[in-house]
Each structure stands twice: as C-alpha cells, then as structure tokens.
Design a protein around this ligand. Structure first.
Ligand code: SAM
Length: 207
C-alpha cells in the first residue's frame, strides 16, 4: 500500500498541497479531460449529483454547468476552504466534510455520483466504491477517475510506493467486488506523454 493511502497522511499532504493545487492540477488533470469525462454521463438539469473528494472544486465547477443540485464532499478542511472561496460556504454547492468510505447520505439519494482523483488515496477502495453505489439511485451512474498504472517497471515501483495506480484488470476486480455489473473504462490523456487517467463509468444495478 502506498504511503498516501492513509487518511491522516492524505489530510496532512493536502494541508500543504491545497495552497498550490489549482496551479499544479492542470498539468495532470485539465479542463478538456474533465469535460470529456462529464460528457460520458447523462446529467439532466434536475439531477442531484455528488462529487466525492471534491477538493478545491475543480470538477464541481464543470458539473455545476449541467445541474444546480450539486453536493461536494472532501475529508480535507484545507481543500474545502479553497472550494468555499470559489463558491461560498453556503452557495450553490452543498459541501460536507467527510470520508468517502462512510458517506453521510441515505441510500438512493443521488442520480449521479462523481469522483475524480480521489480513489488513489482511499485505503479501502472497494468499501468506498460500495458507498458510492449505496447512495446512488438504482439506474443512476457512478463515475470514478483514477491514475492509470504505468507501463514502465521503474515507474510502477515508484507509483506503488506512493498511492493506488491501477489498470483495467484491477478496475474490473474492484468494481465487481463492490457490486457493479455494468461498467466500462476509458483511458484519458490530455496530450502524448502526459499522465493517463483511467475513468470508469458504472450503471448502478437494482437492489
Ligand atoms: C487530487 S484531489 C482531487 C480534487 C478534485 N476532485 C479534482 O478533480 O480536482 C483529491 C482529493 O481527494 C480527497 N480525499 C482523499 N481521501 C479522501 C477520503 N477518504 N474521503 C474524502 N476525500 C478524500 C483529498 O482531500 C483531495 O481533496
């Protein structure tokens, strides 16, 4: 398990990274990739959408263009402070501080649950993926963006030491174990040579 697949360490990491997150983020995960991922979803203007690990609100901002009913959740108070500065603490987005593995929402609450760039920090990704499924209505969609596993063995060792990087086979295992039956993965990259993301869109089955 990578050093940052630990909730307390990830919180400390984001205490510092939050200061520069919005300047660094576009080198890895930019607007074109975000918008391409949002286009993989069917979001109607009345839909309720949850952004898990919303951070400073980068994806939240894109999702807000599709519906006004957006909820954001993150475990880092420092990242959320940056999001409040953009949207207001009680503005159009309903923010919660909380843990992806224990979502503070009832079963079947959301039409769509989104999570970009957060799964790599979750110590128990299958537990959290089950939570995403639980709070999504049957027939709703869950979209998760994570870092694609590198091909090169040196980068693989480095990646494994830091956080969760995974390939399609591992994504199949995690989503299946979390109770999803219908899903597909898309590899995203903003330009040749830049880091690749693995984006999974899953349909939530009936209970
Ligand atoms: C790389 S940022 C992604 C932010 C945003 N989703 C985006 O697309 O730019 C990862 C975020 O996941 C949050 N995070 C990590 N582990 C979490 C957990 N267990 N529960 C909730 N949030 C978590 C971090 O605090 C951080 O803000």
């Amino acid at each position: 398990m990578g050093v940052l697949e630990n909730k307390a360490r990830a919180r400390t990491f984001y205490k510092y990274l939050s200061k520069v997150y919005d300047r660094i983020n576009p080198f890895i995960w930019d607007e074109s990739m975000r918008d391409e991922a949002i286009d993989m979803l069917d979001i109607e203007p009345d839909d309720h959408v949850l952004d898990v690990g919303c951070g400073t609100g980068f994806a939240t901002e894109g999702l807000l263009e599709r519906t006004d009913h957006i909820y954001g959740l993150d475990q880092s108070a420092h990242q959320l402070e940056k999001a409040y500065a953009k949207f207001g603490k009680r503005g159009p987005v309903r923010f919660h501080r909380g843990d992806a593995e224990r979502l503070p929402f009832a079963d079947d609450t959301f039409d769509v649950v989104w999570s970009s760039g957060s799964i790599e920090y979750w110590p128990n990704p299958v537990v959290a993926l089950r939570e995403l499924r639980r709070v999504t209505k049957p027939g709703g969609q869950v979209l998760v963006v994570g870092p694609d596993y590198p091909n090169n063995s040196v980068f693989q060792k480095l990646a494994d030491a830091i956080m969760l990087f995974y390939d399609e086979e591992e994504a199949d295992r995690m989503f299946t174990e979390a109770g999803y039956q219908d899903f597909e993965h898309v590899i995203q990259q903003s330009r040749p040579g830049s880091p690749r993301a693995i984006t999974t869109v899953a349909q939530v089955p009936d209970r």
